[in-house]
Design a protein around this ligand. Structure first.
Ligand SMILES: [Zn+2]
Length: 203
């Protein structure tokens, strides 16, 4: 499994604005669907978006083999389709056989990016689509503004509170610490302040 930090550095040709867009998009999705409590009910959110979650364990042996042998579908994949009423639906298949439950949450969050950005309509996804989906997943499951607002103490607290794996929590913790050094301990961007304000109205 690739280290997400290394991967981000490898594709450093992706502009900072694109990562910022992912942060904004993640908060918009959370607000739009009223999913503002953490740990995030990722299955509930997926359902509201029109995503049908299908674990690999429910598929035939042949289908599972096909999915796990390819890098691009090892963790999960999303296929759009029309239901009998003509409404757009999304089937998100996710690997629940080789992947731990916390990482499955991350896969589903990653696939949500491919749905909300329309990536899943493309024949093949670019490296940029994938890197940004990883970033989006982190922002969706554990928004940095929430980690700052709730004054999370360490990676263990973040892992527990947001139900993300320890490596993801470590990544989040380091990103927040770097932010604090750069901008100050309580600093939030305007879109993050707006999110917390709207969130507090819903709660
Ligand atoms: Zn992907």
């Amino acid at each position: 499994m690739e280290n997400p930090i290394t991967k981000t550095l490898m594709y450093s040709n992706i502009s900072g604005e694109k990562y910022d867009e992912m942060d904004k998009l993640a908060l918009e999705v959370l607000l739009d669907y009223g999913a503002v409590t953490f740990p995030l009910d990722i299955a509930g959110l997926a359902k509201k978006i029109g995503i049908n979650l299908i674990p690999y364990s429910s598929l035939s042996f042949q289908k599972i083999q096909k999915l796990v042998e390819k890098n691009s579908t090892y963790k999960g994949v999303t296929c759009p389709r029309r239901d009998s009423n003509g409404s757009l639906r999304f089937d998100t298949f996710y690997n629940d056989i080789d992947i731990m439950p916390l990482a499955q949450r991350f896969t589903i969050a990653h696939e949500i990016k491919h749905v909300v950005c329309g990536d899943c309509f493309k024949k093949t996804l670019t490296e940029e689509d994938e890197v940004l989906a990883e970033h989006f997943a982190r922002s969706l499951l554990a928004p940095q503004c929430m980690v700052i607002y709730q004054n999370e103490k360490d990676r263990n607290a973040i892992s527990k509170h947001y139900e993300i794996s320890l490596p993801s929590a470590e990544n989040c913790y380091n990103a927040v610490e770097n932010r604090k050094i750069k901008f100050g301990v309580d600093f939030l961007f305007q879109f993050e302040k707006d999110f917390i304000e709207e969130r507090n109205k819903i709660l």
